[in-house]
Design a protein around this ligand. Structure first.
Ligand SMILES: [Zn+2]
Length: 177
């Protein structure tokens, strides 16, 4: 970021006591922190926790994960519930944090969660071309190779055998202050 998004002044760098060298607007007299997007992506497990739902989108045959941007005013869990409903029309009973990664191409911090649904009866929406429940070991073979989705899936597959339903959080209340 080179210019102040509020007034357009060229930014200088100043030491912020906590964060070190930080862009600063000498007109607004304030620090300007770099902005980035936030998104969720999710490993969707069936109620028996032995199948994972992968989707195809945008006329591509690659199997990927349900994902979406966190809208302003939402927190992760709100986005998780909303995206899963919007894309495959399923409800979730619990969620478990899996991993996160920064994706340079879209300047996005992605938070990946493992979730459990209350049914295998998904419905395709206009955002999704195809969806398939794969047994855990098959999902590993079917996920888009060398993708961030594959990375999240491999991480999740290390955890899933050690997880029981009680390990999943069921507190869906929003924490917005
Ligand atoms: Zn300014």
């Amino acid at each position: 970021m080179n210019y102040c998004p509020t007034c357009g002044t060229k930014l200088i760098t100043k030491i912020d006591g906590i964060d070190g060298e930080t862009p600063y607007c000498d007109t607004c007299k304030k620090f300007v922190y770099p902005t980035f997007n936030s998104a969720i992506s999710t490993i969707i497990l069936n109620p028996a926790m032995d199948h994972i739902l992968l989707i195809e989108q945008y006329q591509s045959k690659a199997n990927i994960l349900v994902a979406g941007y966190v809208m302003k005013g939402e927190e992760d869990i709100t986005t998780l519930k909303r995206e899963i409903k919007e894309e495959v029309d399923l409800n979730i009973t619990g969620f478990y944090f899996n991993d996160c990664a920064y994706y340079k191409k879209t300047n996005t911090l992605l938070h990946n969660y493992i979730v459990v649904t209350d049914s295998m009866d998904y419905h395709l929406t206009n955002e999704v071309d195809e969806a398939t429940w794969f047994p855990l070991d098959q999902a590993k073979e079917m996920i888009k190779p060398h993708s961030l989705a594959e990375h999240f899936l491999l991480e999740a597959l290390k955890k899933i055998p050690h997880l029981s339903k009680e390990d999943f959080s069921t507190d869906f209340s929003e924490r917005i202050y």
